[in-house]
Design a protein around this ligand. Structure first.
Ligand SMILES: C[S@@+](CC[C@H](N)C(=O)[O-])C[C@H]1O[C@@H](n2cnc3c(N)ncnc32)[C@H](O)[C@@H]1O
Length: 306
């Protein structure tokens, strides 16, 4: 079965956009609109702030472009000015897909106490969550310091108290049994060690917590994981590319402790769409439950992730 854009139910999009519309310069707190705009402009143009020592590398050779320069993440209309991000409006479509077509219960979202956004970039998804799930504390982590710095600046500028932006790698998540919902969007295929990463996430979740995951995917019905390695050429994302097929993703989620795993194209289980839609082809969605603290098989794992 194939899908076209018309088949996708976008009913949450207006509400998601309403959440984002809070972040307009008219709602700034303790900062002038012109100073705010200049600050964002300086970030985007890599002016005035030297993030070098804050990013965790010794030499620039072979490092991710994002360790070196600043790139805004998601499109945002601040009212008096707009910024375009490398990820466009994907934060809107992604959340709408999970809410409207792929298992995320809005009641669970709005009744959550703690939500984790892993790989938040400059915070497109986190900003929406801070308003939509306004009773929850949103922990937004990214391995790139400058992106959590930017999100922290946004949260402070709009006096948003329920976002905690933290420059932490997902491998360093050490809290246990805390999060009701974890979003892992556009991150899994960039990390070197998916089992370790997913297990750290699993451990951080409450029993009864759910994982919403979106990834690039290999369009294969086999259980395979394609490794392209990091791209380091100028102008190309310098991230690692390590891409699962839907079935490999399903397997790794069960193996890291999750149950009731659903994997699909965001509309239907275990289908990968090649149709043109706002997210592009070969994206895979997964939704998984942590029902309790299960031990996992440690064969071949030399890291303590029990
Ligand atoms: C392609 S972007 C996705 C951004 C956003 N989540 C979205 O879906 O639009 C991947 C993000 O994950 C971050 N990231 C990559 N590896 C990470 C890690 N090990 N721990 C935390 N963040 C990581 C990157 O810095 C980047 O901001």
């Amino acid at each position: 079965m194939t899908y076209t854009v018309e088949n996708i139910n976008f009913k949450s999009v207006p509400e998601i956009k309403k959440c984002l519309s809070y972040f307009k310069t008219e709602n700034l707190y303790n900062v002038e609109a012109s100073d705010f705009e200049r600050f964002i402009d300086d970030l985007i143009n890599n002016k005035s702030i030297d993030f070098g020592k804050k990013e965790k590398f010794d030499s620039q050779i072979n490092q991710n472009l994002h360790m070196l320069d600043f790139y805004w993440g998601h499109d945002h209309d601040f009212g008096s000015f707009s910024v375009n991000g490398l990820m466009g409006t994907r934060h809107i479509w992604l959340l709408s897909r999970f809410l409207d077509s792929f298992y995320l219960d809005k009641r669970k979202l709005i009744n959550s106490n703690d939500i984790l956004d892993v790989g938040c970039w400059t915070g497109g998804v986190s900003l929406v969550l801070s308003q939509l799930a306004n009773k929850a504390n949103i922990t937004s982590i990214d391995e790139i310091y400058k992106y959590t710095y930017a999100l922290d600046f946004l949260a402070n500028s709009f006096n948003v108290k329920n976002i905690k932006a933290d420059n932490t790698s997902l491998y360093d998540i050490r809290v246990r049994d805390k999060f009701d919902i974890v979003f892992l969007l556009g991150v899994l295929y960039h990390i070197s060690d998916p089992i370790i990463g997913l297990r750290r996430i699993f451990n951080s979740m409450k029993p009864g917590g759910v994982l919403c995951l979106e990834s690039m995917s290999v369009n294969s019905s086999k259980r395979i994981w394609e490794y392209e390695g990091p791209s380091v050429r100028n102008g190309i994302f310098g991230w690692n590319w390590f891409i699962p097929s839907p079935k490999a993703l399903e397997q790794v989620l069960y193996d890291t402790g999750f149950v009731d795993v659903k994997v699909g194209n965001g509309l239907q289980d275990l289908k990968v769409t090649n149709d043109i839609d706002p997210l592009g082809p070969n994206r895979v969605f997964a939704f998984a439950l942590k029902d309790g603290n299960h031990q996992i098989c440690k064969a071949g794992l030399s890291v303590d992730i029990t």
